[in-house]
Design a protein around this ligand. Structure first.
Ligand code: GLY
Length: 362
């Protein structure tokens, strides 16, 4: 089993390995009696296994099933969870478990953050994206009619359990989508990830193989280091880039998701977004051509898109303006000055933005 410590003010561990569900009680900590397992319907069998394990250890488990994927991140669903916690007499010393992909763990985290102003949560992500991004770092939230993740809070988990066996039943495309965030960690901080993915992409994308554990560990280490320095995303200043660095490739990626009405997979949009921002970094005279080209090469090897055929620069440009990271009228990008040397580029020239677009438009 691999273990990554997340050294924030309330430190916790991320456990990575196979057949790990039995480790859950150890992460729940002392004094917990009731455990609400929030899960999506495809994970019913795993939720039942957790229930049996928790009952055997003397806990009082409750299973709360919530709609699958993004449908879970609605105020009505959070309200139904609050109601279930209320009727089971859930107290401040009880705990929530989030079992599922990024949407389920975001919702479960939000419910835990808000019930009695915050109860303990252990996240059990079951997708690669969830393991390397959503479940680590304490961002929780739900969507509203006005946009995604507009309501939420920072609420760190007491522990995260990444059981790699869960990856073996993911639908096709999910592994590649998650690998986009892993590759992002390679470009912003750990080039060893790029070597691993670049040398044998098939092995990297094999959920039952040996490389996936190392990739998850490396990506989680990158995220742990970032959130330990800036949990609440406030400290990009001077030459230092805070948690915002995790948004590498996301400004353009979010714009594609918005323009495509969220029919694009997040990882695919971020892949094109990284190629876009690498081109922007190069055109701004900051990044060398070889490192910019490496983005396309690595992402193509894992089967992710690196171009966008929408042909709608105006809509993409306006969608970038409503990005949560924009400040007033000025667009902000995380760019690279070199491999693993991220920086902020604020208010770039319109001509540069469009020239970078020409490099990803098909
Ligand atoms: N997903 C980006 C972050 O956790 O900050």
């Amino acid at each position: 089993m691999r273990r990554v410590a997340v050294p924030t003010a309330r430190p916790y561990d991320v456990l990575i390995g196979r057949d790990l569900l039995d480790e859950l009680p150890a992460l729940l900590g002392d004094g917990v009696q009731r455990v609400a397992v929030v899960y999506s319907p495809p994970l019913r069998a795993t939720a039942e296994r957790l229930r049996a394990r928790l009952t055997g250890e003397g806990y009082e488990p409750y299973l709360l099933d919530v709609p699958d994927a993004e449908d879970a991140k609605r105020a009505e669903v959070a309200a139904s969870c609050w109601s279930a916690l209320g009727s089971s007499g859930f107290t401040r010393s009880d705990a929530v478990v989030g079992l599922g992909g990024g949407a389920t763990t975001d919702l479960a985290g939000f419910v835990a953050a808000t019930w009695l102003r915050g109860v303990r949560i252990v996240q059990v992500p079951t997708t690669l994206l969830g393991m390397v991004d959503a479940a680590v770092g304490g961002k929780t939230g739900i969507n509203t009619a006005e946009g995604k993740n507009l309501v939420g809070s920072f609420h760190e988990p007491a522990g995260v359990l990444c059981d790699l066996d869960a990856l073996e039943t993911l639908p096709p495309g999910e592994m590649a989508g998650g690998l986009a965030e892993v590759v992002k960690c390679g470009f912003i901080s750990d080039p060893g990830i790029l070597d691993l993915v670049g040398s044998d992409a098939e092995k990297a994308a094999d959920p039952s193989g040996v490389v996936v554990g190392e990739l998850v560990e490396r990506a989680v280490r990158v995220k742990a280091g970032v959130v330990a320095g800036d949990l609440t995303e406030r400290t990009s200043s001077g030459g230092r880039v805070g948690r915002e660095v995790l948004n590498y490739g996301h400004t353009f990626g979010h714009a594609i998701e918005r323009v495509e009405r969220y029919r694009w997979r997040h990882g695919s949009a971020v892949a094109v977004g990284m190629v876009y921002v690498a081109a922007l970094s190069r055109l701004a005279g900051r990044l060398d051509a070889a490192t910019a080209d490496r983005h396309r090469a690595v992402l193509e090897r894992i089967g992710l898109p690196t171009t966008y055929a929408g042909g709608a620069w105006d809509s993409l440009h306006s969608a970038m303006r409503v990005d949560k990271k924009a400040r007033g009228d000025r667009l902000r990008f995380v760019v690279l000055d070199a491999l693993a040397e991220p920086a902020i580029l604020e208010g770039p020239d319109e001509g540069l933005l469009e020239a970078a677009y020409a490099e990803v438009a098909r």
